[in-house]
Write a protein that binds this ligand. Structure first.
Ligand code: GLC
Length: 482
């Protein structure tokens, strides 16, 4: 099958979050299984001559005339990346904005241009996709374009849309829509604004999201972000598929970003890494104290406000260490930094570094993920792979990938709590400390670690699930289903 991914970010070229990891890792897994999978992504902050070999030049129609776009390509791990090159991408530092809080004012234009260019590219190079696999709001118009204006070329093409985070919808004024020279359709609007994710949810042939639990949650008013009526209506075309991880990059035996290695048979390296974290990140060097890690965007979605309300009490009353790594909301950043000045057992690192992330994932004892909601989450999967026991709110992908020790003492790989409250966080940090001290039994730390490290979250199984959906879709005779 020919699969074309359309996305606003993909590793190794651009990344603001987990979306980039997923789009970078799924195509190689599909290729390994005999399919042709390629990616269309804008070239950001890249000189045009650095964005690879020229594939074609396109005139993309917008209201004020045709925009000149170049498509260039690079091949990485056997995957072709087609770069959409245009000054609205090349001349910018950021993907969505110069900082994460101020989006570019022309984002509708930028991503409408990306979407139109992706379709024109297929015709220009005669690449007929069986499935156009679109990711998140930025590619939300593609299914709409295909539905309302399907050329002969795309007659056999189906569209699939993956929701990585329903809260980011891409809403813009009606005028933006007109400027991009797109035929108006009332189904794309809500509250007078065009909603790009809504366009995809209404018009794509199939919808997936990144875990089965999140697929259920987004059909409720509490977590549907206003779009639950559409999702509920389309529930038989909606499926949750858990993300995989790159098991070569995240490999305790070979990880190039950490100074010591370990495996189930030889765990010694993990203790050395813990010492390395304590030394590098300014914590008292102690082997006997449990080390809790958090690596995350510092935002309310990740439960940081709740953590802040109880962290001081935990540090005062329990003999534990905390290491926090991330950037985000400046009020949260400041409160955490202030707290770190008062407590030697708290290390706060306002930074985004892959190297530090690998070290902290690998050497910590526990990983706290109290996300308010979490479509899939990748950090708990990395933690499991390094025997760093996750403690998480039972939501979305966290509920699907962690087995609760207290419910299933013989199978458990982590701790899950039902309510995101200060009380539950304090209680579960305490519970983790008990497990940490336990040397024998099915729920001793070593046994839980062993089960965690034995879990398989490689892409292979998830890629098979995607392939099943692609097959189901393309076996149909026409694209007109609704
Ligand atoms: C988004 C979600 C996260 C998910 C990632 C990749 O960042 O918030 O839960 O793991 O996308 O799908």
């Amino acid at each position: 099958m020919n699969i074309l991914m359309i996305t606003s970010e993909a590793v190794p070229f651009s990344k603001s979050g987990g979306l980039a990891d997923v789009v970078g890792a799924l195509p190689p897994a599909l290729i390994e299984k005999g399919h042709d999978a390629r990616i269309v992504v804008p070239a950001y902050n890249m000189k045009i001559e650095d964005s690879g070999e020229l594939v074609c030049k396109l005139d993309v129609p917008m209201l004020d005339g045709a925009e000149k776009v170049q498509i260039r390509m690079k091949t990485v791990r056997g995957v072709i990346y087609y770069f959409v090159c245009h000054k609205v991408f090349n001349d910018r530092i950021g993907i969505y904005g110069d900082t994460s809080f101020t989006p570019y004012s022309d984002n509708f234009f930028r991503f409408a241009l990306m979407s139109k260019a992706a379709l024109q590219l297929c015709e220009a190079i005669d690449f007929k996709p069986d499935v156009l696999h679109c990711h998140d709001w930025t590619a939300g118009l593609v299914p709409y374009f295909l539905k309302v204006n399907r050329s002969q070329f795309f007659m056999g093409t189906q569209t699939m849309f993956t929701i990585h985070n329903l809260a980011y919808q891409g809403t813009f004024p009606r005028m933006d829509f007109l400027h991009a020279n797109i035929r108006p359709d009332e189904k794309l609007f809500s509250n007078g604004q065009v909603n790009m994710i809504q366009a995809a949810l209404v018009y794509s042939d199939y919808i997936t999201t990144v875990s089965p639990t999140y697929a259920k949650e987004i059909q409720t008013p509490e977590q549907g972000c206003g779009l639950d009526p559409i999702l509920t209506k389309r529930h038989n075309k909606l499926k949750g598929i858990v993300n995989g991880i790159d098991i070569n990059e995240w490999n305790p035996e070979k990880d190039e970003l950490i100074p010591y290695h370990f495996s189930l048979k030889k765990m010694g390296g993990k203790a050395k890494l813990k010492k390395e974290i304590q030394t590098q990140l300014g914590l008292p060097v102690r082997a006997d104290v449990p080390l809790f890690a958090m690596i995350s965007r510092l935002a309310a979605q990740k439960g940081f406000d709740t953590v802040l309300n109880c962290l001081e009490c935990i540090l005062n009353e329990q003999d534990v260490q905390f290491v926090i790594v991330g950037t985000g909301d400046s009020a949260l950043e400041n409160s955490l930094k202030e707290l770190a000045q008062k407590h030697e057992n708290l290390s706060v690192n306002i930074l985004f570094s892959n190297k530090v992330a690998h070290l902290v994932e690998a050497g910590s004892d526990f990983f706290l993920m109290p996300s308010r909601y979490e479509p899939c989450g990748l950090n708990q999967l990395y933690s499991l792979r390094y025997g760093t026991i996750p403690i998480a709110h039972r939501t979305g992908g966290l509920a699907d990938t962690i087995i609760d020790v207290d419910k299933f003492p013989k199978e458990g790989t982590g701790l899950l709590f039902d309510d995101l409250t200060e009380y539950e966080i304090v209680k579960h940090v305490h519970r983790a400390t008990e497990l940490y001290k336990r040397k024998e039994g099915e729920d001793s730390i070593d046994k839980i670690r062993m089960r965690a490290m034995n879990q398989d979250f490689s892409w292979s199984a998830s890629a098979d699930e995607y392939i099943n959906v692609y097959k189901k879709l393309t076996n149909r005779t026409t694209g007109e289903t609704k």
